[in-house]
Design a protein around this ligand. Structure first.
Ligand code: ADP
Length: 334
């Protein structure tokens, strides 16, 4: 449970639109449900926009009522579907989007997505005075202004389950595995997975390890005799398959670990209870913030409390990883 703010409603809303954009993340569905159910309590009509900004400019809409969001809590993915819409980088497309929102008399737009999607939302607000509010939806947990993001906990849980399985075969064959997890610019996912799965090492974009350091760890692990299996968690760092390059370099040094790329399975599956609670809380609060006259912000979690951060700060600052976590992982190694 999170600490909730006290709201003073001073703004009226008749109709809002909701979209999910960019990479999907488990928990987007319970967020949609919470937005719709809360809006309904305050007699606000809700338009669901299909396929992110692409659906917005094509007016691919669906009316969302209480019943249409029944049974969404435990479903992964996003009922509204998601997409990348490259043309939204152009101001003409955003003007068209603003015209469409005016035409449909939509008072505010809720965007659930990563920093790219929130950038689009901020530009819409800045250029066209549209009321927007963002929810952090990404398995990367790399968004500035929130300790947590919708989908992160589920992705960590899914990846840990996979690593546990790989560990069984690694132990049976006395092998090391490079397990590549997602994480565009952030090692947050890789670090949590490494810690939870008891990995020997983690390689992340914020702290790339030299190849010598990796091969030395493998050699030392072998020298100890007996056990020589283990897991090295590698963050893809925006380059899926990057661990194959690492493998080539290790093979040149006489090592021969196996590679397993977890890929899109990390995005799927039912959201964990943690992500459902986060999504429900942020979705509910987003409506209350809008009714309190607050917009052009992202609703997130800071030190256990629901809080807002201006979108301009969210998109211009980088979230940094607490490097002490790397030391923690190292201190737990054999
Ligand atoms: P995420 O939201 O998960 O970070 P992307 O970076 O792919 O995913 O962004 C999703 C969508 O958000 C893009 O396809 C585009 O429609 C919109 N978007 C991203 N960056 C910008 C930008 N700089 N300006 C306008 N729209 C953007």
């Amino acid at each position: 449970m999170y600490q909730l703010p006290e709201f003073t409603h001073n703004s009226t809303l008749s109709k809002i639109a909701i979209l999910t954009s960019g990479g999907d993340s488990p928990g987007m569905n319970p967020a949609i449900r919470a937005l719709v159910r809360t809006a309904n309590k305050f007699d606000i009509e809700v338009v669901g926009v299909h396929r992110g900004y692409a659906g917005l400019i094509e007016e691919d809409f669906e009316s969302l009522g209480n019943r249409s969001v029944s049974g969404l809590c435990h479903r992964g993915g996003t009922h509204l579907r998601s997409a990348r819409c490259l043309s939204f980088h152009q101001s003409e497309t955003r003007s068209k989007a603003a015209e469409i929102l005016h035409k449909h008399q939509i008072d505010a737009l809720v965007v659930i997505g990563g920093d790219g999607s929130l950038t689009g939302a901020h530009l819409l607000a800045q250029e066209h005075n549209i009321r927007v509010i963002g929810l952090p939806g990404t398995i990367d947990n790399d968004i500035f202004g929130t300790d947590d993001s919708i989908g992160f906990d589920t992705a960590v849980t899914t990846a840990v389950e996979a690593v546990d399985k790989i560990s069984d075969t690694a132990a049976s064959h006395d092998r090391h595995f490079l397990v590549e997890v997602m994480g565009r610019n952030s090692g947050a996912l890789a670090t949590q997975v490494a810690l939870a799965a008891g990995a020997e090492m983690v390689i992340i974009p914020e702290h790339k390890k030299g190849i010598q350091e990796v091969s030395q760890m493998l050699a030392e692990s072998r020298r100890e005799g007996g056990e020589s299996s283990g897991i090295i968690v590698v963050a893809e760092g925006g380059q899926t398959g990057w661990s194959y390059k690492l493998l080539e370099e290790l093979q040149a040094l006489g090592e021969d670990p196996r590679v397993c790329i977890l890929g899109h399975l990390q995005r799927g599956g039912a959201p964990t209870a943690h992500d459902r609670i986060l999504a429900a809380t942020l979705g509910n609060c987003a409506i209350h913030y809008l009714l309190s006259g607050i917009d052009n912000v992202m609703v997130g979690i800071n030190a256990g409390a629901v809080d807002t951060t201006p979108l301009v700060d969210v998109i211009s600052a980088r979230k940094s990883l607490d490097m002490a976590n790397l030391t923690l992982i190292e201190e737990l190694q054999r």
